[in-house]
Design a protein around this ligand. Structure first.
Ligand code: UT7
Length: 323
């Protein structure tokens, strides 16, 4: 018998305020046409004043718990992927735990920037298969609008706020690729690339800082590293890209998504694409795409999904799961 971490519920939350590309034309030397053609982004959501990452995460968590048909007291753990926690500490995950009224178990944050949800899934999977937890709420939630330098047109038009969540549950599998649940994980980081994507603030500076990115450099690494980690994850199962029902990539740039899919030979009609509607929401982008992909009727029980992401660090990785 093999214990598998199986998806029991999914949900998401996007803040009410929608900001179309045209809004940036008023204050920056940019255009809707440039943003669309270079990134595929058409609009994004920004959190209201006072609305924090843990607020967004709690809303997504409630939606996922309702979808799973369970309550917070049925959870053993919460793993929250974020680079924009409400405070330096405590972890935003413990704030979500309190907001949900969960009095037992444990909760912690995972910080791997845009690859955060992949890392969080890897952690939750490890907790479940090792028998330390039976039900884990895995959340990706971000308020990247708080990290933007509004005078830097090369970054501030690309990011958005949002949250998505999955409930994972221990279920028995047969130890084969036909099992439901998380089937393979591949993780990487390379700290030598810190300077191409980072925030110039934090505890050592006394400010929360602004996001700085050498976009062209990150782009160059993205397609190559994403296709490589996805292929490694597939090799662990002896599967080929042709056997994947849905590629669910980190939603940073439509050109990166298309480039990776093309490199792997996966046609675009088998890729879940949501970047046009909420921009790059960092660790929230994959669970948002999963939740929206399910709502659209794209992702169905039994489908084989390949998730992949890259972010600051650099950090990157892939997860294969059967929905
Ligand atoms: O989430 C994981 C991390 N992030 C990513 O995966 C993002 C990776 N990078 C990208 O998505 C792309 O590199 C960008 C969308 C950031 C930029 O696209 P690009 O095709 O690489 O453009 P570029 O940086 O090479 O800039 C081209 C031109 C430059 O002008 P010059 O030097 O050619 O005269 C920029 O100054 O576009 C200019 N530019 C803009 N023009 C209008 C940069 N930002 C803007 C803007 N509006 N908002």
């Amino acid at each position: 018998m093999t214990i598998r971490a199986v998806v029991r519920g999914v949900g998401h939350y996007l803040p009410e305020r929608v900001v179309p590309n045209a809004e940036f034309e008023k204050s920056l030397d940019t255009s809707d046409e440039w943003i669309r053609s270079r990134s595929g982004i058409e609009r994004r959501h920004f959190a209201a004043e006072g609305q924090t990452t843990s607020d967004l995460a709690t809303r997504a968590a409630r939606a996922a718990l309702a979808d799973a048909g369970i309550g917070a007291s049925d959870l053993d753990a919460i793993v929250l992927a974020t680079s924009t926690p409400d405070l330096t500490f405590p972890a935003a995950a413990t704030m979500v735990q309190a907001a949900l009224g969960m009095e037992g178990g444990f909760a912690f944050d995972v910080q791997a920037v845009c690859a955060g949800f992949i890392y969080a899934l890897a952690n939750a999977n490890a907790l479940i298969v090792s028998g330390q937890a039976r039900r884990v709420l895995v959340i990706g939630a971000e308020t990247f609008s708080r990290l933007m330098d509004w005078e830097d047109r090369s970054t501030c038009v690309l990011f958005g706020d949002g949250a998505g969540a999955l409930v994972l549950e221990a279920q028995e599998g047969k130890g084969i690729a036909a099992d439901r649940g998380i089937l393979a994980v591949d993780l990487h980081s390379d700290g030598r690339f810190k300077d191409i994507l980072y925030v110039d603030g934090g505890v050592s500076t006394g400010t929360s800082g602004h996001l700085r990115m050498q976009g062209r450099e990150v782009f160059r690494h993205a397609v190559e590293k994403l296709a490589a980690t996805a292929e490694t994850a597939l090799e662990k199962l002896g599967l080929s890209p042709g056997e994947i029902d849905w590629l669910v990539p980190h939603q940073a740039n439509l050109r990166i998504i298309k480039g990776t899919a093309q490199k792997m030979g996966i046609p675009l009609d088998r890729v879940v694409i949501t970047v046009q509607d909420h921009g790059n929401t960092s660790a929230a982008s994959i669970p948002l795409a999963l939740s929206i992909g399910k709502e659209r009727g794209q992702i169905r029980t039994g489908d084989l999904l390949l998730l992949e992401a890259i972010g600051g660090g650099l950090t990157w990785g892939a997860v294969i799961l059967r929905w």
